[in-house]
Design a protein around this ligand. Structure first.
Ligand SMILES: [Zn+2]
Ligand SMILES: [Zn+2]
Length: 763
């Protein structure tokens, strides 16, 4: 076989070009020249691509000894080089990537690249050292200086184990002021040099929480026994449904303890950002002589590389991180358990290609690694509840009682229609009841959490004239502009679009009728302003948490720490504050507007509302003191709100599943959503219609396809959006349909079409 070069080809590799999107779905074949052999699966290499043989990075998918037959007798080109850093992904991650690529309709190259953290890929934190050693046959025709001779003598006197030696160390031993003499010796062939690369040890500060190991309740130990029996017995899937404060974390700890005995490893996933430090502190406190690798974005780049390398080398016993930590290169044979905490959380789904769901990829990984997977939540997703209670492919474990010593919060629903009538038609931010409870909590030295899932100061800017319906909209998106103040208590502000982030000045008068404009509604900034103006607390005892106040993740962690220590008395914010905070001093939780999600045209609106209200109400009553939650709503009869405030998850879930089944919606069916994007409205509509027709032409009777329609967010950043959805009863049927559509080239991931398998948002 003649290659591109003279060197003989000794084996063949099948590669996925890194950046190619869908152009080479089956991979490309290259020959491996003698000098680069062996090349392994999972390595990153450089290959010549296209007519110009452009050097291009590619992942090795498979290796074979025999020459594959290529269509049209094409010549097989040879690999250019291996990646200098010699990083590679283990084989099981390469097969996981192929599965993801096919299941989520994403190109495999970019999927593999998603698995490797940027800093590892770029080699940040890698230190290269040069070591030198004596050679067997030094040249005899070169005259040496005194210094050079002294270096050689020093080296010769060293015990063999200490050679090769680092240059700076040798300089010290031979009392050299510069490395010149050593360099001359290597140039003349008296010394051999060796390059050694390793990842810099790069430590980070991590609080450690050394709580005593609590005694398990009967319920807890029953569950720990049941799941730990499955360790080492192959794949099994478990759903832990435990009300907030019932001690799910303790069950995780005990199972990890069992799983990492005898060298086993555990992966623990938590939702994005907020929960990682708290969970890390607990893990490190509980397992002081085990290595916990933490993969989260608050670490510096070299720290992230170092933590990843610690996992890859098999040194780490426990891996903790958000969504992408499921790609931690834990050796497959050692992986003993995967735990996904708060499995219902939507941050597990990635909204860029590959649009994978971290929980579902975790299930896949556990089944390949033949180990148990435990999903935990106080408000399990409908998917997991369906799997555990209807399909029986996962075992349900239930904790119905709060841990001893914790009280259940009393939840009161406030009908804001009445509050609005009392305020003469103006929508008040606080009801009288919530105001009173805030005062009472402050008088009793309690801490307060206030949830408002909307950022900015005021979400709408409208004309003050009743005869005019002008509302300020983004010029680039089909959304209202949100008013933000520079500082909560200062009257200076700007408007920003929450979808394309474009900013504008606030108009003083209505462009349609020249009447003054007014700012309607409340976001977290207005809430903060009201609290600061009306509550007599020092300013550092009030804090706000939303993506505007936490541009740096360390700010988020700092605020959460101060709240946990009791230094912050009132913490207000978006759903960030609803996740996992476990603070004893909280005696009041206020949900300012439980309706932020309920009216969204998304079949999961009700589920989201239920989750948000239950999760935030569950933040109180963590201590022995009496605690209360107040839920303000304009929909006081909505089942999601009523059942969440009564703590009736099972009733809600069964009701919701019945509705989904009647309407054929996930999880009772499997869905894929195609979002067609284009610069012009008509063209977008036309392309979406054409896609619908094509998909219809290949759909078997078991596939339901909805005609093209404008998305709820019809335009984002000057791109119009239409969607088409397809559903089937089983994942297998849907996958077959997608495969057919790809074969016919009806679909492919690109800038103009987003393919979202198992979508979690329909906006
Ligand atoms: Zn916009
Ligand atoms: Zn007007």
């Amino acid at each position: 076989m003649a290659g591109l070069f003279d060197e003989p080809t000794v084996s063949f590799v099948q590669v996925a070009v890194e950046r190619a999107v869908d152009r080479y779905p089956k991979g490309l074949t290259y020959g491996v020249p003698q000098s680069l052999s062996p090349i392994h699966v999972g390595q990153l290499i450089t290959v010549p691509l296209g007519k110009g043989n452009t050097p291009t990075e590619a992942w090795v998918l498979s290796v074979s000894e025999t020459s594959p037959t290529l269509a049209g007798n094409k010549e097989i080109k040879q690999v250019f080089s291996k990646n200098a850093l010699t990083i590679s992904l283990p084989e099981d991650l390469v097969s996981l990537a192929s599965w993801m690529s096919s299941y989520y309709c994403a190109a495999i190259g970019p999927t593999l690249s998603t698995m490797l953290p940027g800093p590892v890929r770029k080699g940040i934190g890698i230190k290269t050292r040069t070591l030198v050693n004596l050679v067997m046959c030094p040249p005899n025709d070169v005259k040496l200086t005194k210094k050079q001779q002294y270096v050689l003598d020093t080296l010769a006197e060293l015990p063999t184990n200490d050679r090769p030696i680092g240059i700076s160390k040798l300089m010290k031993l031979a009392s050299l002021g510069s490395r010149g003499p050593i360099d001359r010796l290597s140039e003349h062939g008296f010394l051999s040099t060796h390059q050694v690369t390793n990842v810099e040890a790069s430590w980070f500060k991590q609080n450690i929480d050394t709580k005593e190991m609590p005694t398990l309740t009967d319920d807890q130990s029953r569950i720990v026994d049941a799941i730990s029996k499955k360790l080492g017995e192959g794949y099994s899937s478990h759903l832990l449904y435990g009300v907030t404060g019932s001690g799910k974390t303790e069950i995780y700890m005990q199972l990890i303890d069992h799983a990492i005995k005898d060298g086993g490893k555990a992966i623990v996933l938590v939702p994005e950002i907020s929960l990682t430090p708290q969970t890390a502190a607990r893990l490190m406190g509980r397992f002081p002589d085990k290595k916990v690798a933490i993969l989260h974005s608050a670490l510096t780049k070299s720290q992230r590389h170092q933590q990843w390398a610690m996992v890859a080398s098999g040194e780490a016993d426990i891996v903790l991180g958000a969504r992408s930590a499921i790609f931690a290169p834990v050796p497959i044979d050692a992986l003993n358990i995967i735990i996904v905490d708060e499995e219902h959380d939507h941050s597990y789904k990635q909204d860029l290609t590959p649009r994978y769901h971290g929980r579902d990829v975790a299930i896949r990984r556990a089944s390949t690694a033949k180990c148990p997977i435990l999903l935990g939540s106080a408000t399990p997703s409908m998917e997991s509840w369906w799997n555990a209670t209807r399909r029986n492919i996962s075992t349900l474990h239930t904790l119905t009682h709060r841990a001893p010593g914790l009280t259940l919060p009393k939840v009161e629903i406030i009908n804001m229609r009445i509050a609005r009538a009392a305020a003469h038609g103006v929508m008040p931010v606080f009801s009288r009841e919530l105001e009173l409870e805030i005062q009472r909590s402050l008088a009793n030295e309690g801490q307060i959490l206030l949830l408002l899932n909307r950022r900015g100061f005021a979400p709408w800017i409208v004309c003050s004239s009743r005869a005019c319906d002008w509302m300020m909209r983004c010029e680039h998106c089909e959304t209202s502009m949100v008013y933000h103040r520079r500082k909560p208590l200062e009257e200076v502000g700007f408007v920003r679009c929450h979808h394309c982030a474009k900013e504008q000045r606030v108009p003083k008068i209505c462009p349609d009728c020249t009447k003054p404009v007014i700012r309607l509604g409340a976001g977290t900034q207005r809430l903060e302003a009201i609290i600061r103006e009306t509550i007599p607390l020092p300013s550092n005892q009030i804090a706000r948490l939303d993506t505007d106040t936490t541009r740096k993740i360390s700010d988020l962690h700092d605020t959460l720490d101060r709240f946990t220590r009791g230094e912050i008395r009132v913490l207000l914010g978006t759903q960030m504050i609803a996740k996992g905070l476990d603070v004893e001093g909280v005696t009041l939780v206020g949900v300012i507007d439980a309706d932020t999600a309920i009216d969204l045209p998304d079949f999961r609106a009700s589920e989201r509302t239920f989750q948000l209200v239950s999760q935030v109400c569950g933040r109180c009553g963590r201590g022995s003191r009496e605690a209360k939650a107040i839920v303000q709503t304009y929909n006081p009869q909505a089942p999601a709100i009523v059942l969440a405030s009564e703590g009736k998850y099972e009733e809600f879930a069964n009701r919701e599943l019945r509705l989904r089944q009647e309407t054929g919606l996930p999880p009772t069916s499997r869905m894929v959503r195609f979002v067609v994007r284009d610069d012009e409205f008509e063209r977008t509509a036309g392309r979406a219609d054409a896609l619908y027709e094509r998909l219809l032409s290949i759909a078997s009777p078991s596939i339901q396809i909805t005609p093209a329609a404008p998305c709820v967010l019809t335009r984002i950043a000057d791109r119009f959006r239409f969607d088409v959805t397809a559903s089937a009863t089983t994942a297998r049927e849907l996958q077959q349909f997608l495969e057919d559509a790809r074969q016919k080239k009806y679909i492919g991931n690109n800038r103009d079409l987003a393919i979202d398998v198992d979508p979690v948002s329909m906006l």
